[in-house]
Ligand binder design. Structure first.
Ligand code: COA
Length: 300
């Protein structure tokens, strides 16, 4: 996470909003903001190094790099190529995945196919975003929601699968309710209420779909690790699924919506806190601009 923290109260000094409004409507208390020296590439490289260290894997043994991001420093070369070079990872497939806030689950799904078909053995998946550079800081309906950060995981082939299953999908009919034009100084445009309603109406359905497809029920899950967009969306999903909030990982209070970085950041938090333990079963879920969405069942 970038060092600089922007609290709701500090934001309220710049635009017409309040800590009370933001906390009540979103659950967010603060967000981290990248300095000029902190970029998608630099934060992503740092997260990737930490992931390799935690996994005890050397950079030279990585054979694929995927970066999920909708705020790359450059359209090309990709952030994945930059981070590959930065870490000294030998020549291998390296590319970015752009599926807005669902990018991390899309990346997981791609990697699952590569590992199952023995095309890759050790893959770095990184989510890294500088959302602060693409929000309109005068638009109180959007700027309060987003923050910057990066997270990464290392996936390794093994005889017992860690990724049990993934489902990804999209519906381009909703492309106009949340978008970022590819032009200089463009900012996120969003119909917040439409996004909210779509998310609340679909998230329990997609969660149940992947559970049923794998002959599991909600009782077989230890943790739900949702995309960290809005606490009310997460609570509505948990309630519809009949899942107590004690089994849901929530980190958005501290860093808001970090798009593709939100799930790896939530995983990092819950694993380092000792909440998520080896052998437990997790359901990851995300939705984002497109509309895109995805779920992943993980045996940690
Ligand atoms: N501070 C104070 N007031 C604000 C505000 C802010 N930051 N943002 C909006 N308001 C005002 C609005 O102007 C409106 O005032 P009005 O009734 O006088 O017109 C009022 O609050 C209600 O606005 P509304 O947009 O209906 O609020 P909401 O309850 O839908 O909450 C969001 C807005 C954005 C928090 C909510 O719609 C949301 O979270 N949507 C999903 C967005 C999302 O997750 N996007 C990323 C997906 S990956």
């Amino acid at each position: 996470m970038p060092e600089t923290i922007l609290t709701n109260n500090a934001l309220a000094e710049r635009i017409e909003t309040s800590d009370e409004w933001i906390v009540e409507r979103t659950g967010i208390r603060q967000r981290h903001i990248a300095s000029v020296l902190e970029t998608t590439n630099s934060m992503g490289a740092m997260a990737a190094r930490n992931a390799l260290q935690m996994a005890g894997v050397r950079a030279e043994d990585v054979d694929m790099v995927i970066v999920a991001t909708c705020t790359p420093d450059k359209t090309f070369p990709s952030s994945a190529c930059h981070i590959q070079q930065e870490l000294g990872i030998p020549p291998c497939p390296a590319f970015d995945v752009q599926a807005a806030c669902s990018g991390f689950i899309y990346g997981l799904s791609i990697i699952d196919q590569f590992i199952r078909t023995k095309m890759a053995k050790r893959v770095l998946l990184i989510g890294s975003e500088v959302m602060s550079r693409v929000v309109n800081w005068q638009d109180r309906r959007t700027c309060v929601l987003f923050g910057d950060g990066a997270g990464a995981i290392l996936l390794e082939a093994s005889s017992t699968p860690g990724i049990l299953n993934t489902h990804i999908s999209a519906d381009g009919r909703h492309k106009d309710i949340l978008y970022l034009d590819n032009q200089a100084n463009a900012t996120i445009e969003m119909q917040g209420n439409s996004v909210f309603k779509l998310a609340v109406n679909m998230l329990d359905t997609i969660a149940n779909q992947i559970l049923v497809a794998n002959n599991l029920t909600i009782h077989d899950l230890d943790w739900l690790v949702p995309h960290q967009a809005n606490i009310r969306i997460i609570q509505a999903m948990a309630e519809k699924l009949g899942l107590p909030m004690e089994r849901v990982v929530v980190t958005l209070r501290e860093h808001g919506n970090t798009s593709s970085a939100s799930i790896p950041l939530a995983l990092d938090f819950a694993i380092r806190q000792g909440k998520i333990k080896p052998g437990q079963r997790l359901l990851l879920e995300a939705f984002g601009g497109g509309l895109t969405w995805g779920t992943a069942l993980i045996q940690y």
